[in-house]
Ligand binder design. Structure first.
Ligand SMILES: O=C(O)C(=O)C[C@H](O)[C@H](O)COP(=O)(O)O
Length: 209
């Protein structure tokens, strides 16, 4: 079920939409709207009970989008997410146990980092791509540009406080592959099933690259 990705998770689209599903039935229409807007990737956070079933449905019903599981906070969730069909994993932080579990799993992962030491822990395990979270609160673009010298091989997906307004500045940085954010999938639009609004937001975000 965990088909290999041809390239890097960071190179699929300029934005990885971060989604919280209230109901698994929202998953496929939401992913379809993102795909129609030109976004090729979606992160379903494991914050809600509907998340794993949502990942399954997106894999089954919207094969044109790459689906990952986010908010992976414990080693046990790694296997559950991969079994559900997640094609990549995202964590908000980096504990040794979580990093070991993600490094041993068959899909790529973006470990959450906000310090140079955490970034070094991720690099030590052979991964060069990671999440920078919470990006704006942790020092933003200035911080990321400051680590580019000592960590020349690290590439980031800054997430947390990113918007259509500040995304272009991040995307212009050499060590930023893409950004992540929830602004493409506002909770009220998801709940109301306003897929046209999400398609419009996705189309605007797809132009950011
Ligand atoms: O829990 C996680 O693992 C997360 O993925 C956190 C999300 O990345 C941010 O909550 C998105 O931040 P905003 O775009 O500012 O809403």
């Amino acid at each position: 079920m965990s088909a290999q990705l041809a390239g890097s998770v960071l190179d699929i689209s300029p934005v990885i939409p971060v989604v919280v599903l209230g109901d698994a039935g929202e998953a496929a229409p939401l992913a379809g709207a993102l795909a129609r807007g030109g976004i090729g990737i979606v992160e379903v956070t494991l914050r809600s009970p509907a998340a794993l079933e949502g990942v399954r449905r997106i894999r089954a019903e919207v094969p044109e989008i790459t689906v990952g599981a986010g908010t992976v906070t414990g080693a046990a969730q790694v296997g559950e997410a991969v079994d559900a069909g997640a094609q990549f994993l995202v964590s908000p932080g980096s504990t040794p146990a979580l990093l070991d579990a993600m490094a041993a799993c068959p899909v790529p992962y973006l470990a959450g980092t906000s310090t140079v030491s955490e970034m070094l822990e991720v690099l030590d395990r052979g991964a060069t791509e990671m999440k920078f979270f919470p990006a704006e609160a942790s020092g933003g673009l200035d911080y990321l540009m400051s680590v580019a010298g000592p960590l020349p091989h690290a590439r980031f997906c800054p997430t947390g406080g990113i918007s259509a307004q500040n995304a272009p500045r991040y995307l212009a940085a050499a060590n930023v592959g893409c950004v992540g954010g929830s602004w493409l999938t506002p909770a009220d639009a998801v709940t109301a099933g306003d897929w046209q609004r999400i398609e419009r937001l996705a189309a605007e975000a797809a132009q950011l690259g």
